[in-house]
Design a protein around this ligand. Sequence first.
Ligand code: IVH
Length: 702
Amino acid sequence: MIGMTTSAAVIVDAAAYAQAVEDAVNASAAYYTGGTSVLDDDAYDRLVRGIAEWDAEHPDQILPGSPTGKVAGGAVEGDVPHTVAMLSLDNVFSAEEFTAWTASLARRIGHDVERFSVEPKLDGLAVAARYTHGRLTRLITRGDGTAGEDVSHAIGTIEGLPGELTEPVTVEVRGEVLMTTAQFEHANEVRTTHGGQPFANPRNAAAGTLRARDRAYTVPMTFFGYGLLALPGTEEEFAGQLGELAHSDLMARAAELGVNTTAGTAVPGVTADSVEQVLARVREIAALRAELPFGIDGIVIKADLAADQRAAGSGSRAPRWAIAYKLPAVEKITRLLEVQWNVGRTGIIAPRGVLEPVEIDGSTITYATLHNPADITRRDLRLGDHVMVHRAGDVIPRVEAPVAHLRTGEEQPIVFPEVCPRCGSGIDTGEQRWRCENGRNCHLVASLSYAVGRDQLDVEGLGHTRIVQLVEAGLVADLADLFALTRDQLLGLERMGETSTDNLLAALDTARGRPLSRVLCALGVRGTGRSMSRRIARYFATMDHIRAADAAAIQRVEGIGTEKAPSIVAELAELAPLIDKLAAAGVNMTEPGATPPAPATEDAQADADTDAENAAPVGGPLAGMTVVVTGAMTGVLEKLSRNQMNELIERAGGRASSSVSKKTSLVVAGDNAGSKRAKAESLGVRLAAPDEFATLVADFLD
Ligand code: IVH
């Protein structure tokens, strides 16, 4: 179960208590006004827990600023009163705490909660949007909960908050304004172009943007509604309806009125009839978190029925009928100590940040990607900066942005390399990602290791050490040289006996016959991985056809758009000498079972050549299906790598994909399947166990 180690900060005496309250007040003020707190969410939660413990033990000494006593976050003097207070939420951090909360709620209302609604806790900031006869007239921040700031100037910049509802009703819509990851990237780009400091994370960006007036530019944000209530002018009948509707019905009503809700996302609000169902949904949402295009910091669980809510009532700070189940923080503030420049197998020179070690959700993070030099400039990062580091799920940790107000003035600029840090050649800085002019020859060992790897040419017995040996002995200067190695040359190497030599030569001979898709993948064409290589190979059937294709022709392969097509064509041109050399060394250049496309003489050809017809054999048990594999395979499929599973899917007529969406036809879920299984379940996509799937495709197993 998802639980956190979030413990309470230990407060030893009244002085420490006063300091803790002051820190919490400052952090809370920063949170609600869009400033950046010195405390990340985790540290804040721990502090508040410590204060709460101290308050409970010293009820006579509670300071007025204590976050446990009042409507939290009340640092902003707002000028528009809220008709009904905008409350905060109490938190739980584990299944046990949640279960205890439901029990206390049941005691309070005299029976178990009839039904719960479960929805993501969106990581933005609360606003109230007032509609008068269907027109959006006023937008107000939460402020201190009783009154908030008028931010009506932002009307028109928030997607999901329509200027006009589908019905001319007078109503207040409450919800969260946030920036999606893409909106955040865009906002920081625009802001820094205008000479501003980048925002540390999407939440700060939304807060800062919402409150900013008279800016020379506007950047879009997104709204998700989670509440609908009557205003003084609300039509009587409509007000009566609203008061009686369950939360889930209110959300459906909001969507009917044209307001954006979570319904259209991968984590729609759902109802649950039992604590177990709620917890199952909490696990599902947590598993999907890393893939969401917006930040969530927990799950909000509400008593769904209006009657249960009424019976529970509200405290001064939070309603008693709702709770936030907090998820572990995915962001922490730490320091950027150093930048390393690593050269990859295709010659890309990628910057990586070395961090002061920081724990995020149970793992210690020491490195984070800095993407590319342009990104470093855009984010105005400096050595020694405090930076916001983001890590969710299995995704590579990334530096989100510097926490600019924590600068001391001692930070140093990040120095970009002038020559390739690996081989000293010049650097091609023409694109966002810098590349060694020596290209894939710069890091030959890495590019060869990739080429002979299990999912490419699969040359058994050719590990990293052996490759280093071959390169250092001057026997191999490119991939094709491997196929020209002689028995004598190999026998001349240290630790290379007769048996190893013969085995390696036999393995290389087998590799010569691998299908075109694997040869293509081994070349390491930038922008094409295993599945794209398979699609290209199946579409064109021979290397000659691939090489003859121009950007327009290559775009007929599914998944290749206008941006990728020219770069693939350019890469293939760069690789031409190597491809010729491989062909001359007897390496196979055809895809078994595929037929080359008919020459495209007319435009109509492009339409006729549908990808499905060319990319996969017509027929087969998976014809027309998109299949995703997740978890560990068992039974006859146990030994198959993910790549081999995908090859199997395509042989059986299907299309292999790595992410689950509404378009997925089938998810093969093995042991320990996680978020993809959860997503399939929530979307109602068909699931199959490995054995069941093996039976389905039995005729196509090797
Ligand atoms: S309900 C009276 N639902 O969380 C109930 N709040 O920590 C109050 N939030 O101030 C709000 N997602 O800004 C609710 N699905 C959701 C939410 C949500 C995010 C925010 C909201 C609130 C804060 C409390």
